[in-house]
Design a protein around this ligand. Structure first.
Ligand code: NIG
Ligand code: FE
Length: 411
């Protein structure tokens, strides 16, 4: 099966040589071909070039993309798409003056979603989650990471991870799985958090690893949640089981989580709303990808990750949604890209790099996804007729995505 896309106004993120990520000032460059064609053979990108020099190609299907832009699908490297129910009451409570922290301290927040998840059957959690996954795919997400973390018992964590596995089996996009048993301290362990860490490390983690249910380990390293000591302990144990860290750090406070992540060769450190100079310094020269989640900042009215500070230090940066019921009930990567430009002062080129190739890196997928490169998987999208790619983040809230292809197939 061959698919030829012709008359593409602009083909974005074209990388002749495969690169794994882009950093600092490199992110200002978004390689593009104007007036381009793109050839897909089965599920892979076979070739591309300018219309002027297009060889004679007979394809099974040809799409005329006059006036439209083509780019790789978004790589959303941080989500909690698998959950049950919603928390719209907490949203209203926050409008009426309560803080996210106050809501959590009353037993709401993450623990609210934990109760709902525990009380919902695996089939029902799957149905609710699949609906969200389909919705974000339509918006251009072509690779996704999903975390557990609303179970907090062996049974409920395994239930979440099995739902993630089932999503991977039933949908064509890559779905990466992360074990986030250390997301919050369950109320039964309020007075003995160490015992909960023992449970996660000695009981749940070995089962997750044995069943091959996760490739990554995560922890919410934050005041009131899990300490630096807990983080060291968990990441050391996870390494024994072959799970790589991708961790929640510096959302509300800088307590040294970035450093621990780097010491444990984390694939990514995520959130980073609060970053001091030392946090930036320790990331230099490492393989750890900093990940910003601007729609979480929007929803909670908290600071945005200081992207300029990170990029000026020649570090890379990826963008992801954090789609979850409490801090970001949205999985729209287009909005994330807009917010990165509007609120974090990233240029459209930087934001698109961060949401494609760097997002792929943060899921160990940049060998196969995240750019228009021969041999990579044919995960790409065609926009509506728009004046330029800058229009994508500029027209925030407008859906400029016309069609999305995963593995060469229209979804
Ligand atoms: O990434 N910060 C920790 N976890 C989620 C929020 C979870 C929730 O409120 O349900 C986050 O923002
Ligand atoms: Fe998160």
């Amino acid at each position: 099966m061959t698919l030829l896309v012709t008359n593409i106004k602009e083909l974005l993120q074209v990388r002749e040589q495969n690169i794994l990520k882009v950093s600092g000032s490199e992110m200002k460059e978004l390689p593009t071909i104007k007036n381009a064609w793109l050839l897909i053979e089965n599920d892979k990108i076979a070739d591309f070039g300018t219309m002027k020099n297009m060889p004679k190609i007979t394809a099974d299907q040809t799409i005329d993309a006059t006036g439209k832009i083509v780019l790789p699908t978004w790589c959303d490297s941080h989500t909690h798409i698998v959950y049950a129910g919603n928390r719209e009451q907490e949203f209203a409570d926050r409008i009426n003056g309560l803080s996210y922290e106050e809501i959590a301290n009353r037993g709401g927040g993450i623990l609210n979603s934990v109760k709902t998840l525990q009380d919902t059957s695996e089939e029902e959690v799957y149905e609710q989650s699949a609906k969200r996954l389909k919705e974000v795919m339509k918006l251009g997400t072509g690779a996704v990471e999903i975390k557990s973390g609303y179970g907090l018992t062996e049974k409920a964590e395994l239930k979440m991870l099995r739902v993630i596995k089932k999503l991977r089996e039933n949908y064509d996009l890559p779905v990466k799985s992360t074990f986030l048993g250390a997301h919050a301290i369950p109320k039964e362990y309020k007075n003995d958090p160490d015992a909960y860490m023992d449970l996660v490390i000695n009981e749940i983690l070995p089962k997750v690893a044995k069943e091959g249910l996760a490739e990554y380990i995560d922890i919410f390293c934050e005041k009131g949640y899990f300490s630096i000591k807990d983080t060291h302990r968990l990441l050391s144990a996870a390494k024994e089981h072959g799970l790589k860290p991708k961790i929640h750090v510096n959302q509300f406070n800088s307590i040294g989580g970035v450093k621990v992540g780097v010491e444990h060769e984390a694939l990514s450190v995520d959130h980073l709303e609060v970053m001091n100079d030392e946090d930036i310094e320790v990331l230099k020269g490492t393989r750890t990808m900093p990940v910003a989640l601007p729609s979480c900042s929007l929803f909670l009215s908290i600071p945005y990750t200081p992207a300029r500070k990170i990029l000026d230090a020649e570090l890379p940066l990826a963008l992801a949604t954090d789609f979850n019921p409490g801090s970001t009930p949205s999985g729209n990567m287009n909005l994330v890209v807009s917010l990165a430009c509007i609120k974090m002062k990233m240029t459209p080129e930087e934001a698109i790099n961060a949401a494609t190739i760097n997002g792929a890196y943060a899921m160990d997928l940049s060998e196969t996804h995240g750019s228009i490169t021969k041999g990579k998987m044919a995960n790409f999208m065609i926009t509506k007729e728009i004046p330029s790619f800058t229009f994508l983040p500029y027209a925030f809230g407008t859906n400029s995505i016309d069609s999305v292809y995963i593995n060469g197939k229209l979804i």
